[in-house]
Design a protein around this ligand. Sequence first.
Ligand code: NAP
Length: 293
Amino acid sequence: MTSEMHGKVCLVTGANSGIGKSTALALSRMGANVVMVCRSRDRGEAARAYITTQSGNESVDLLIADLSSQRATRQVAEEFRRRYERLDVLVNNAGAILGARQVTEDGLEATFALNHLSYFLLTNLLLDVLKASASSRIVNVSSAAHEGATIDFDDLQSERRYDGRRAYGLSKLANVLFTHELARRLEGTGVTANCLHPGVVATNIAKEAVLWLRLAWTLLRPVLLSPDQGAETVIYLASSPELEGVTGKYFIKKTPVPSSPESHNQDVARRLWQVSTDLTRLGAPTRTSGSTG
Ligand SMILES: NC(=O)c1ccc[n+]([C@@H]2O[C@H](COP(=O)([O-])OP(=O)(O)OC[C@H]3O[C@@H](n4cnc5c(N)ncnc54)[C@H](OP(=O)(O)O)[C@@H]3O)[C@@H](O)[C@H]2O)c1
């Protein structure tokens, strides 16, 4: 174990598998106090045991939430706030590609709810803690799948037509638009927001995808990046001193690169922010602190 991240609290969603698990392990090895958010207690406990053993760092906490549920996301944010006074790094990573259209308990298309709205809601619910802990960082795991996607505000929930890869691309574009808008809103606060494409990585991401994609993923596995390789840019954004003050950027292989033209459309980003605020009821009067509106 090293000490670069000693004293830092790092929350990683989807930390029991793939890129999130490798990220949690690396941050733990750097001495951070890692808080894993996982939807399955069994899978989360198994990953936590692995991470503490491999890192030699006992400061690995586990919170349970199905992040496609806004109720569960709010509960996990509250639980985090009860346990911790600071948050230095928030890694929004949990995600899925869903072959068939699924609807969450909030009545929303599940890919959009999990891959975008959970990033949006969890971040906003923890924003005051992040600001109080500045300088602090938000890392949103997006994908090159955002390229070519557009946001159809008339069919955000893919009700008219559902295609899993299209819904995924839309959600990953939403990650980039959210990162850009968030960085603009956080200017001067000492909280940075960046996003990335991890590469094409041999993880469980396609486990609920359509059959041909699952098969392709299995066949391609030997030539894909390992989860540790896929996590390299996430870890870099979460921990490198070189990134101090860098915000609003999209990275591939630890390098800032241009994201798609659509992801730079500020009107779309502002509108998506407003729609996301409405869908998560963040603007409702019952909300307490944390939202940037
Ligand atoms: N793999 C790639 O090639 C690739 C490429 C570009 C971007 N990405 C992005 O990388 C991120 C991580 O994915 P991965 O490739 O590491 O896949 P993964 O191995 O399937 O990991 C995804 C994680 O998200 C969790 N998760 C899924 N649904 C959840 C829910 N409803 N509530 C809470 N957690 C949930 C999973 O938990 P369970 O184990 O319980 O399902 C798992 O821990 C995703 O945002 C993905 O879009 C991946």
